[in-house]
Design a protein around this ligand. Structure first.
Ligand SMILES: [Zn+2]
Length: 243
């Protein structure tokens, strides 16, 4: 929603359009007759792009395509004149100024892809880490079991048949091999270092998860994608987003 006031600037006698704190010159200095007031008419543009022109004071005159109006929906191509002297408003300048002030809407789609990649990789890395932890745990459990199996008959000094002895040896060797395997696996896991991989992932995320408005480009890391979608605007520059 944009609200613009059009009128003659005191001192310069130039036609100006004021939108908030912005002032746009619509004519040369000294060009505007005194029959045009400083707050002569108001132009409202709603979110769907509808232009409505309103004559502010009854004692003033505003014309659209030659007809005096109080309030009227207009097009940027309409001929607008102010005051009894029919001073023409340069509508091409009005249109250009409005277009410049209209907020640009940025697509959130690229950010969605970046967020999903980051999030999914993070989850995968955590699951990998869990798996490695289970292996480490198994190593811790299997090693003492194989030791006990091996030593127990000697400690208890019991006679055991040869076939049981052979079986015991096979199981103990298998367990020893397995614990060795898990031990090597977990060492290898430590080498390719989850911290380094996490760091690379974070760096990539920090460089890409940024406000799509090139004038802002701030890192939006504290805002999960769903929250950004809900906010529908950048928390820093307040530019609009569409998902
Ligand atoms: Zn921003």
């Amino acid at each position: 929603m944009i609200e613009a006031i059009i009128g003659r600037e005191h001192g310069t006698n130039c036609l100006v359009m004021t939108i908030g704190n912005n002032k746009v010159k619509l004519s040369a200095n000294g060009a505007v007759p005194n029959t045009v007031s400083s707050t002569h008419c108001r132009l409202n543009i709603d979110d769907s792009g509808r232009w409505v022109l309103t004559n502010i004071k009854a004692a003033l005159y505003t014309y659209v395509d030659g007809i005096q109006i109080e309030s009227k929906r207009i097009q940027p191509t309409c001929r607008v004149e102010l005051g009894v002297d029919h001073f023409p408003v340069d509508m091409s300048k009005v249109k250009a100024a409005i277009e410049e002030m209209q907020p640009v809407v940025y697509s959130l789609k690229p950010l969605k892809a970046v967020w999903e990649k980051y999030h999914n990789t993070q989850i995968r890395m955590q699951l990998d880490e869990k798996k490695k932890n289970v292996n480490r745990m198994l190593t811790g459990v299997l090693s003492p079991i194989s030791m006990i199996l091996f030593i127990l008959p000697y400690v208890m000094k019991v006679e055991i048949p040869d076939w049981v002895n052979a079986l015991r040896l096979i199981i103990a060797s298998l367990m020893a091999l397995m614990s060795l395997y898990f031990f090597i696996q977990s060492r290898r896991g430590l080498k390719d270092d989850i911290i380094l991989r996490m760091d690379r992932l974070n760096e990539d995320f920090r460089s890409k998860y940024r406000c799509p408005n090139p004038k802002c480009n701030k890192f939006l890391g504290n805002q999960p994608y769903d929250l950004l979608k809900e906010l529908n605007q950048c928390p820093y520059c307040h530019c609009k987003f569409k998902s």
